[in-house]
Design a protein around this ligand. Structure first.
Ligand code: 5GP
Ligand code: ZN
Length: 136
């Protein structure tokens, strides 16, 4: 995709601080990290989000994310959040699929989410809908 910033990074048209690369995946530091070392793991080929990616490529990106998370343990990281925003409503800003590998160093002000309560039959209903969609 000619206008995609992550495709431009892959083509070498924009700079990045790369930490990992293989045949199908690249990983570089996020320009606005939640913590130092926050890494983005992306497929080299352009896909908008996880829904568009072949399963095998999802696996390759996930395995690369794990490699990076494992490596972070050697530099004093106490925990690692791995996440992926898929779609604008999920907070996706760059529409080239990417996983965030976010190191946690102990006390930091970064918080991912606040849990809500289920009310009435909502829990059973949403589970039934997901299970039905998985079968179709
Ligand atoms: P999203 O919300 O789409 O999951 O996150 C996109 C991430 O890409 C953000 O955390 C943002 O800081 C990062 N980002 C945006 N533009 C650039 C860039 O040009 N270079 C790098 N390294 N990261 C970027
Ligand atoms: Zn792209």
């Amino acid at each position: 995709m000619s206008s995609c910033i992550f495709c431009k990074i892959i083509r070498g048209e924009l700079p990045c601080t790369k930490v990992y690369e293989d045949e199908s995946v690249a990983a570089f530091l996020d320009i606005k990290p939640v913590n130092p070392g926050h890494t983005l793991v992306i497929p080299k080929k352009h896909f908008e989000n996880i829904h568009d990616m072949p399963d095998a490529l999802v696996a390759k990106v996930a395995v690369a994310a794990k490699k990076i998370a494992d490596a972070m343990r050697n530099i004093g990281v106490k925990g690692v959040n791995i996440g992926m925003n898929n779609g604008a409503h999920a907070g996706q800003i760059v529409f080239h699929a990417h996983m965030h590998v976010m190191p946690r160093y102990g006390k930091d002000s970064f918080s991912l989410w606040v849990g809500k309560e289920y009310y009435g039959k909502e829990r059973e209903l949403v589970a039934e809908k997901i299970k039905a969609a998985l079968k179709s």
